[in-house]
Design a protein around this ligand. Structure first.
Ligand code: FMN
Length: 194
């Protein structure tokens, strides 16, 4: 990747000031090579040093997205990211890769409390939110349902989608005996292999 691409990414991140956070996608191969996807295009830092350098120059919380392994989480954490998004961003093309729910517990086991852990992908109800929280996420992100809500009903549509999810989450918490978000944990997950 050309240095110019990093400059563009950095400028976009700096211009985003006021939005509150900047997010980039990340994929790391065995050799520690980092590629990032922005607007679907592979751009951004290719090495740990470049990622660290960009994070140090952005005066706002920096979120690294597309984390699917403990090693990738480690890179984001050591580079100084505020948060990671455990997110299977290769799903449309690589449909044989593990799902977020499969990798989230291992990432959470090592990094819970050290870095904010967000998760996304396939969340369609409040019960799905509960599942990702129980598997170790600090918070859950929602993509396509919000787009569908906006398409169908504009701002009211988005509001309806999010309020419905919040109600479903509340009901699911009551049924699983969780009095607040912090009491949601792996104890509510039934594992038939245990
Ligand atoms: C139209 C569309 C384009 C997307 N483009 C990107 C992208 O360029 N980079 C990326 O990391 N994720 C991309 N995503 C994934 C979302 O950022 C997010 O991870 C995903 O939509 C969450 O899953 P959900 O839609 O099932 O809630 C895209 C998703 C959609 C629907």
């Amino acid at each position: 990747m050309k240095p110019r691409e990093n400059e563009v990414l950095l400028k976009m991140a700096q211009r985003a000031k006021g939005i509150g956070a900047v997010a980039v996608g990340m994929d790391v191969d065995g050799a520690g090579l980092v590629t990032m996807a922005l607007m679907g295009q592979p751009v951004g830092p290719k090495t740990f040093e470049e990622l660290k350098d960009i994070i140090s120059k952005v005066d706002m919380p920096f979120i690294v997205k597309g984390i699917m392994t403990v090693d990738e989480a480690e890179i984001a954490y050591k580079a100084g990211a505020s948060a990671i998004v455990v997110s299977n961003h290769g799903g449309r093309i690589l449909d044989f890769t593990p799902g977020v729910a499969e990798v989230l517990p291992a990432v959470a086991e090592k990094f819970k409390g050290k870095i904010t852990i967000l998760a996304d992908g396939g969340v369609r109800s409040g019960v799905d939110v509960l599942k990702y929280l129980a598997l170790g996420a600090d918070a859950v992100l929602v993509g396509r349902p919000v787009i569908i809500g906006a398409y169908g009903g504009g701002m009211e549509g988005v509001k309806l989608v999010l309020e419905t999810m919040a109600k479903e989450l509340y009901q699911a918490m009551i049924l699983t005996g969780c009095r607040d978000i912090s009491s949601i944990g792996s104890h509510i997950i039934y594992n038939s292999n245990r």
